[in-house]
Design a protein around this ligand. Structure first.
Ligand SMILES: [Zn+2]
Length: 244
């Protein structure tokens, strides 16, 4: 686990498999995404390493309801009772009214991708096959600041999932899996789009990247991979150019 403080109130926590963001101000902490089920101890540890604890958490935000981003929430919510917010559509996904996630069959079809065996072992060990739901996930209004620590502004970038939500916090944009900078299945780092089989709707994903390109942020917190600094227009351009 590596924690990088990117502004006075934002931290990106990167692990080998997935990232989460911590927003902290004098009103407490907002956790954005929460790793795999097996990442619970590291989520708690990451809060402690920046001088907080589970008790400081006032709210959890979700970019999208895949198991690598909401996995530790059932454990976390059994310890602290805090609201879980995302877009109205993604809240339905998090409540598991439906599931838009790559299946073991999708993975098997991509068995020749370099690194897939190691990745599969990793995610199994992290509890990727666990059925995870967040029944209390609640939709929030988009494009206005939320009344939670850090005051992030949620906005929709659908395609990876129908309700995939990004968050703008000052100069920082939390992109989730709409735009990443690395992955266990990728041999490169830098702005990139995950392999197509992870996307629910690849065509929509590619078309909605223009929303991210127009965001006036200079620091990007991706769902996978390290922090990226620079204009979002350039980051999107790079990701699209490197696509295969
Ligand atoms: Zn992910």
């Amino acid at each position: 686990m590596h924690i990088e403080q990117t502004t006075d109130r934002s931290y990106l926590v990167t692990t080998e498999g997935v990232n989460w963001t911590i927003l902290a101000d004098d009103t407490g902490v907002t956790l954005v995404d929460a790793g795999y089920p097996g990442d619970y101890a590291e989520v708690v540890d990451s809060l402690q390493q920046i001088g907080h604890s589970l008790d400081s958490v006032r709210a959890v935000l979700v970019t999208h309801a895949h198991v690598d981003h909401i996995g530790s929430l059932p454990q976390l919510l059994s310890k602290v009772s805090v609201p879980v917010y995302t877009s109205t559509e993604e809240a339905r996904h998090a409540r598991r009214e439906y599931l838009q996630q790559a299946t073991p069959l999708d993975v098997a079809k991509n068995a020749l991708l370099p690194g897939i065996l190691r990745w599969s072992m990793h995610i199994m060990a992290k509890g990727a096959m666990k059925k995870v739901a967040v029944p209390t996930a609640t939709g929030v209004p988009l494009d206005v600041p939320l009344d939670v620590p850090g005051n992030p502004v949620p906005f929709l970038v659908p395609g990876h999932t129908d309700g995939h939500t990004c968050y703008l916090v000052g100069d920082v944009v939390i992109t989730g899996d709409a735009l990443c900078t690395g992955h266990m299945l990728s041999r490169t780092t830098g702005p990139q789009i995950l392999p197509a089989f992870f996307d629910h709707d690849r065509v929509e994903h590619l078309s909605t990247l223009s929303t991210l390109a127009s965001v006036a942020a200079t620091v990007m917190h991706p769902g996978h991979g390290p922090v990226h600094r620079g204009s979002m227009a350039e980051a999107v351009e790079k990701a699209l150019a490197g696509r295969h």
